[in-house]
Design a protein around this ligand. Structure first.
Ligand code: THU
Length: 143
């Protein structure tokens, strides 16, 4: 897909995501993941996966990034880059797709940059999570 993100922004997102992966806490899977989101105000917010001895409490890199930003007041995410240095290509899991969908631009899509050994792949949250359930679905008048 073509996006209106400049190649400089895409490169910066990938660099930030790769740096973020260095802080992944992955004593169980040994599978670091890094993410970086770009907000509508031009901020870059990083995340890394944080595992737990109670395995199910692990939080993915993408959700750490989105929720860190949201807790600082961010409500619109324009793009996200994801990298998994031990995989040929990194793609957000289903749960992270749903969380990213929550903060996509109201009248637009959210660009997803997947890092990989063959170079980055550009896609969008609407491609990765078609016919999503989102905030607008709760606004339907019931009475
Ligand atoms: N992981 C992420 O951080 N993001 C994803 O989208 C998929 C999986 C993490 C969770 C866990 O720490 C490790 O990768 C192996 O599943």
């Amino acid at each position: 897909m073509t996006s209106n993100l400049s190649s400089e922004l895409i490169d910066r997102l990938l660099r930030e995501a790769r740096s973020a992966a260095e802080f992944a806490y992955v004593p169980y899977s040994r599978f670091p993941v890094g993410a970086c989101i770009l907000t509508d105000t031009g901020e870059f917010v990083r995340g890394a996966n944080i595992e737990n001895a109670s395995y199910g409490l692990t939080t993915c890199a993408e959700r750490v990034a989105v929720q860190t930003a949201a807790a600082q007041g961010v409500r619109t995410v324009v793009a996200v880059a994801v990298t998994a240095p031990r995989a040929a290509k990194a793609s957000p899991c289903g749960a992270c797709r749903q969380v990213l969908n929550e903060f996509k631009p109201v009248n637009g899509d959210l660009v997803v940059v997947l890092d990989g050994v063959d170079g980055p792949t550009l896609t969008t949250i609407e491609e990765l999570l078609p016919v999503a359930f989102g905030p607008r679905d709760l606004e339907y008048p019931s009475e």
